[in-house]
Design a protein around this ligand. Structure first.
Ligand SMILES: CC(C)(COP(=O)(O)OP(=O)(O)OC[C@H]1O[C@@H](n2cnc3c(N)ncnc32)[C@H](O)[C@@H]1OP(=O)(O)O)[C@@H](O)C(=O)NCCC(=O)NCCS
Length: 219
């Protein structure tokens, strides 16, 4: 990766299908046989919680090789006070360009833009391996959970300002933007618009199961 070779820029309408295909390539068979993230991206752009100002891609030699999207979400404390925050994802890099620093560049760029927009907290689900080097911490460390005091191991929090979270308990309310992804027929129908790809098992699916079914019970 050479800093002068690539451009970080906003996604445009012309990129839509290329970005969806890039997501399909990046997520295929990663957490389940096939994937839904290309459909997720497709529907997210039309959702009220989608934040176009934080929708960036990396272009290299005229090709889009990485993409990131964000949505509005909120935290609510035990007294009912609310705080607007953002949920990050999907984040993806074309497989042949992964582990070269492009994901890092895209996150660091969009964290700056989000901070300029006065957001101070970013949350996402994910494999901690991909995020701890970006300063993400376990939700438990910031006392951020779901209703019922549920602290998933894969719920990761990045603060963009040191005093963003003051230790009080915050309940996380994500957008419902991903709800249509449960419609497997709609995902299949959308996937059929892309070149055929073979669904199969790979070890990352077990890793995903472990991460997504784990909770942190002790500080
Ligand atoms: C996850 C993903 C977005 C990361 O982007 P990337 O460009 O591949 O990652 P980067 O090269 O920027 O590295 C990010 C971090 O990954 C880790 N990393 C990088 N290279 C690594 C390697 N060879 N082995 C293990 N970890 C590595 C490091 O923690 C690195 O941060 P650091 O360089 O500051 O230490 C990308 O790999 C991807 O699209 N994967 C498939 C889709 C996916 O999993 N998306 C995220 C959903 S949770």
């Amino acid at each position: 990766m050479n800093n002068n070779d690539y451009i970080i820029r906003k996604e445009t309408e012309k990129d839509y299908r290329e970005v969806e295909n890039l997501a399909r390539e990046a997520f295929w068979n990663l957490s389940e046989p096939g994937c839904f993230e290309h459909y997720f991206i497709h529907i997210m752009r039309k959702h009220k919680d989608f934040i176009p100002e934080l929708n960036y891609v990396i272009e290299l030699d005229g090709k889009v090789i990485a993409s990131v999207m964000y949505c509005k979400a909120k935290l609510r404390d035990e007294n009912g006070n609310e705080k607007p925050i953002v949920t990050m994802g999907p984040l993806c890099v074309l497989p042949e360009y992964q582990r070269k620093g492009y994901g890092k560049a895209l996150l660091e760029h969009t964290f700056k833009v989000a901070a300029e927009m006065d957001y101070d907290t970013v949350i996402n689900f994910g494999n901690p391996d991909n995020y701890v080097a970006r300063g993400y911490k376990s939700c438990r460390k910031y006392n951020v959970c779901f209703e019922g005091d549920f602290f998933p191991a894969a719920l990761l929090v990045k603060v963009l300002k040191d005093d963003a979270l003051d230790g009080r308990k915050w309940f996380y309310y994500p957008s419902d933007v991903d709800a249509p992804c449960n419609d497997t027929e709609a995902v299949e129908a959308f996937d059929a618009q892309f070149p055929p790809k073979v669904k199969g098992w790979q070890p990352s699916q077990e890793e995903f199961y472990i991460h997504s079914h784990s909770v942190i019970n002790r500080k």
